[in-house]
Structure formats: C-alpha cells, structure tokens
Write a protein that binds this ligand. Sequence first.
Ligand SMILES: C[S@@+](CC[C@H](N)C(=O)[O-])C[C@H]1O[C@@H](n2cnc3c(N)ncnc32)[C@H](O)[C@@H]1O
Length: 434
Amino acid sequence: MEINAIYEGDNLGIMSKFPDKSVDLIYADPPFFSNKQYEVIWDDKAEIRSFEDRWEGGILHYITWIEPRLRECHRLLKDAGALYLHCDWHASHYLKVELDKIFGRENFRNEISVKRIRKNVHEREKVKSLNTAFDSILFYAKSDKHFITPPMKEEYRPARWHAFDANGIRTGMDYELFGHKPKRGNHWRWTKERAEQAIKEGILRPNPSSGKPEYLIPESDHTIITSVWDDIPAYSFESGYPTEKSPELLERIINMSSKNGDIVLDPFCGCGTAIVASQKLKRNWVGIDISPTACNLMRKRMIHEFRISPQVIRGTVDVNYVKKLEPFEFQNWVVTNKFFGTVSKTKSGDFGIDGLTPQVAGGYPIQVKQSENVGRNVIDNFETAMRRMNKKKGYVVAFSFGRGAVEEAARAKNQEGLEIILRTVNDLIDGKIE
Ligand SMILES: C[S@@+](CC[C@H](N)C(=O)[O-])C[C@H]1O[C@@H](n2cnc3c(N)ncnc32)[C@H](O)[C@@H]1O
C-alpha cells in the first residue's frame, strides 16, 4: 500500500491487495441508494457532468455490492481503528445490520446525524413527507481498543443580569465578570462601559442572535457533543463535485478518531475532502476512487492547497472498463490520463474538439468518440477544425474505425499534408499513442 497516494479504480480490487490491519481510520462515503441522479455544471455552462447512484436491482443489489467492500474495510483496520460509514435514510438501516454482522454489534459506537441540504418544493399540493433533515454516519470500532478524542461543546452563558438595590428594587443591568456569577451588591460587577470593553477584548462576546453579552464557560465545564451534529454543515460546494462533503465534517471525524501520523483511508474519495483534511491535520492518507475525473480533481486540489503532487496509481484498465465510463469520464481518461493534455472547456470555443496535447508536445487537437466503427464524416469535421486552428497534426480516438475514416485520414495526409493519427482505445491501453 502506497501512503499519501491516490488509487484510481474499483476499491474492492485495490483494497484486496492491501495488508491486514494497516489503517487507523476509514471514512467511507459510497454512492447512496437513493435512485437519484445528481447533475452539476462544472466550470462552464456548456458542460453538464452527472454522477449516478442508481441501483436498478433494488436494495438487495446494493447490499450485495457493498458488503464485500465493508468486509475489506474491516480487514484493513488495525485493532484500535474505526470506520465511519456515511449513508442516508434509504439504506442506513440495511447497512447497520450488515455492519453489525461484520464488526459485531458490540462495536457499534454511534449513529451520527449530520445536516442535509434542505430541498425546496415548488408544488406544495404534491408533498407526501417532510424534508429529511439528516444523513447518518454509522460509527463502528474494530474493537474496544478504539478511544476517541471527544469534540467538546463550547457553552456560553449570559453575562447580563438585573441589578437590584438594597431594598430589592431593580435598578438596571449588571454585567457579570468573566466566569463568575454576580453577587448582589459586591464588587465583581462591571459597568456597561467595562462590559463593552470586555467584548472588544474578546473576554465577552455578543450573543449571535440577541446581541446580549455572554461568556464562554471554563473548559473544565464543557460537555461532550452529542451524536446530532447540527452545528457544522455536512455538505460543501467548493469544487462543484456532486455530493462533496464539508471540510468541517471530515476534520471533526479525523480529529476524533485518529492522531498525528495515523493512516486515514477513504475508499470512495470523490473530490478528496477526506485526504485534504488528513493532510491538513498531519495524518497520512490513502484515497481511492473509480472515477478518473475525481482522481484528477483530487490531485489538483492537493497541488493547489498544499503544493504537493501526489502519486496517482492507476490499476489495469481493460476495454470493458472504458466502455462503461460516462462520456465526460471517457473524454478525461483519453485526454488527461493518456495524452496528459487539457480537456476543452467549451466545445464551440475550441472548434468542436475535445482536448489538446500539452503545449510542449505541440498543443495538437484531440477528438474522442466513445463509439465503434467511426466513419469518414468524423474525420472530415476534424480536418475542418484543424484548419481553423491552424494545426497540421491531430489525434482521433475511438473504439474502432471504419474503412472510410482510414481512407480519409490517408487522403488528408497525401493531398493536404494534414497528419491525422487514428488511435483505438486498445492502442491507448497498450501505450501506443504516437
Ligand atoms: C458520495 S461520492 C463521495 C464524495 C466524497 N466524500 C467527497 O467529499 O467528495 C461517492 C464516490 O464513490 C465513487 N465510487 C463509486 N463506486 C466506486 C468503486 N467501486 N470504487 C471506488 N470508488 C467508487 C464515485 O466515483 C464517487 O466519487
């Protein structure tokens, strides 16, 4: 297992190669069983990317799919380790039964409720249930050796009290000294001016809703937070990756169940919230995701936030894997993973081409077609784009090419001096690019 590395591929195969008892903490945020398709617009309006968590075979299909992955998680955890499984109401009860079987009921620690995004409903007469307020995070320890650093609840108490004279008549307001209850008629009281000064000095704070002065009770009196986490957001919208979780959520979990230098694994890493939080909190980490887009995004986030370029370990890819990729994933796989180029943001702005090879390699156009038997018309259109871009060389990638395409590429070379290189997906898998 490479540490501080991103693995691209199905987490089942990848985890199965990792040694027993090698990680301290796992946060797993699998696609939910919610029959929903998330759609997000990335960077520019022309490109809609989607992320599906559709399970046509029903809940049993979902459970059959996830069960071996949860077993791997259990195997990989050290005895003092823990798993946090993020899920929603559709499957949390089924998943809890599975985890009871795998981890043992005695190792269940908490079902943590984290705030969901509230949905607006436009057709009120069609509503059948309330908005669901919470996702669930099922927290299991590998054994009773797992101890947490409990997050403590900071509590504030009002620092403003009624003041009375010797006859018990109310005379106005008094301000309590930091951390001490006011005693009637004693010298602990502050004037209004002093209390205002204390707010400026940060000794008191104005209550966020009422504005009345209040103070933080001493740390020794703080209480451990409950399993309802409504003080932090669960979701974030920073990278635009669908279902992105918030840094606050991941930092709380990592702080709670690991320490400096521990290894944190996220087998469904998405845009990498868990690995970013781990790096920030000085943990080691391993991120896995099946999506090449997600892995590229994670790498970019690590470079952007920490100026480190983590290793991306790509598993063996076969044609069937590539066939199943979403169209934008296919485009990313070809352009970014194989040509190390840049994906076109707007089709129209880039003459309809899908990407460019790196500038050092000529900045040549790349066209990708996720289909078989690509014909002459595709090559014709590509020639037009090449001429408009003033490029003499370019690449077209497809699963296979028809005779017309091969003939047209040969004609363009002989008669017009345009070098159009036709590459099949198998060529790219075999490393045949030029
Ligand atoms: C709910 S999202 C995770 C979001 C993530 N927690 C974040 O903050 O960005 C689920 C992720 O699981 C990935 N995924 C789905 N099936 C997978 C598999 N078999 N192996 C690895 N990753 C998978 C998807 O590509 C997706 O990025």
